[in-house]
Design a protein around this ligand. Structure first.
Ligand code: GTR
Length: 403
């Protein structure tokens, strides 16, 4: 009986999301003329002319505005953070990777939360290794057990000389409308739940990635100066928010993050603010509802989120059949954000003005983009391009690759 009710609810949710996707706009001619908030003019009207002014004034206020209106706060205070290592019972990758689990135990006001961080390092090489962390909304135990899985492609990452790390968002904030407060929101930061601009799911997941970085800074096997945070879709939104706030990450990768991630909200192409707030209200602040059907009034757009990552590297990936995530809108964000790299940090890039709808890759200095064929997912070809880009950023000549 319980099972059939569960399936009925599942079918209802799936059909609801399919209808939302069918109703969306996929016609370029119906995209409104874009009037985007200026990157270089502060909310007080100051014209930003240097990297220093950007960092002191504009970058700060943009991040604060995203926190207040959209993603929520990212509290950094806690009383204690302990890392307890355990050796997993099974390592399906033991031919070429060592595997450890670090229990990240965070305490605040007498309560605590434990988050397992899974790390694979190349067996035959000596560290410290550059590291790639995946923020995962798919069940991590299952991903690890399945050696054919591409979503967290352990063999591919480790064979290129990188440490592969992952945590399951379930232990930070459940990816569920009813249970999202299970995790750090209830245990560590309950006051956030009362605030209209308080932390919600995406901020909590970004917070989780930041705790992983706290560990990387301490682990002699990891070179935390060569670190990358990756997320797919909802995880990609969290990765961007993490990379924007936490300057310790050398590369931020957004895979098909779409609405609320890399895609420009004002294009209203595919998923819109109203649709995402309706389906996933627990990812964003309550304040974000104000912009349902009202994207023009947002004090920012997503290109500004990408720009706050400058001068560190940022990579946006799209898939040709993933129109719901608006590949062109994802690319345009990166293109617009490149102005901060060019004009304030003198990192001259030249991303094409026109969007090419056929599969392609662009790796220019700290900016990366690719459009691959196929559906919404994180697969081996995405990882290959991510790793090529990381090799470029870190000056790694990869001998394994061509052997
Ligand atoms: C979609 C959702 C997106 C995206 C995605 C995912 O259905 O509308 O915003 O985050 O799910 O995480 O796979």
């Amino acid at each position: 009986m319980k099972k059939s009710i569960f399936f009925l609810i599942l079918i209802f949710c799936l059909s609801h999301s399919i209808t939302a996707q069918q109703e969306a706009n996929y016609e370029e001619s119906k995209v409104p003329d874009l009037v985007l908030p200026d990157l270089f003019i502060s909310y007080q009207g100051q014209v930003i002319q240097s990297d220093l002014e950007w960092e002191k004034v504009r970058r700060q206020e943009i991040i604060q505005s995203f926190a207040d209106q959209m993603y929520g706060q990212l509290p950094i205070d806690y009383d204690e953070l302990r890392f307890e290592e355990s050796i997993p019972q099974l390592n399906p990758y033991n031919e070429y990777a060592d595997y450890k689990i670090i229990n990240m135990k965070v305490s605040r006001n007498g309560n605590s939360q434990s988050i397992p961080l899974h790390i694979f390092t190349p067996t035959r090489e000596r560290g410290p290794f550059p590291v790639i962390l995946l923020i995962s909304h798919r069940q991590v135990d299952k991903l690890i057990a399945d050696t054919e899985d591409q979503f967290f492609s352990i063999q591919q990452i480790v064979s290129r000389g990188y440490a592969a790390a992952i945590f399951d968002v379930e232990f930070v904030s459940a990816d569920d409308k009813e249970r999202y407060d299970e995790g750090i929101l209830k245990s560590l930061y309950p006051e956030q739940l009362e605030m209209p601009n308080g932390m919600r799911g995406l901020s909590a997941w970004a917070w989780g990635a930041m705790r992983a970085m706290d560990f990387f800074e301490k682990d002699p096997l990891i070179d935390h100066t060569k670190s990358a945070v990756v997320g797919h879709s909802r995880g990609g939104k969290a990765a961007l928010w993490c990379g924007a706030n936490d300057t310790r990450w050398a590369i931020t990768y957004s895979n098909e993050s779409g609405c609320g991630g890399a895609a420009l909200s004002r294009r209203k192409f595919g998923e819109t603010v109203e649709k995402i707030n309706t389906a996933f209200p627990y990812w964003f602040t309550d304040n974000f509802d104000t912009y349902n059907g009202n994207e023009e009034t947002l004090p920012f757009d997503q290109h500004q989120l990408l720009a706050t990552i400058a001068p560190r590297a940022v990579y946006v990936a799209s898939a040709s059949e993933d129109l719901w995530a608006d590949p062109k809108g994802e690319y345009l964000s990166l293109k617009l954000a490149s102005r901060v790299y060019d004009q304030l940090y003198n990192v001259i890039t030249d991303l094409p003005d026109h969007y090419d709808f056929s599969p392609h890759s662009i790796h220019q200095g700290p900016l990366g983009y690719h459009l691959r064929e196929g559906k919404h997912n994180l697969i081996s070809i995405d990882w290959e391009k991510f790793l090529d880009f990381a090799d470029l950023q870190f000056g790694i000549k990869n001998f394994n690759k061509n052997n």
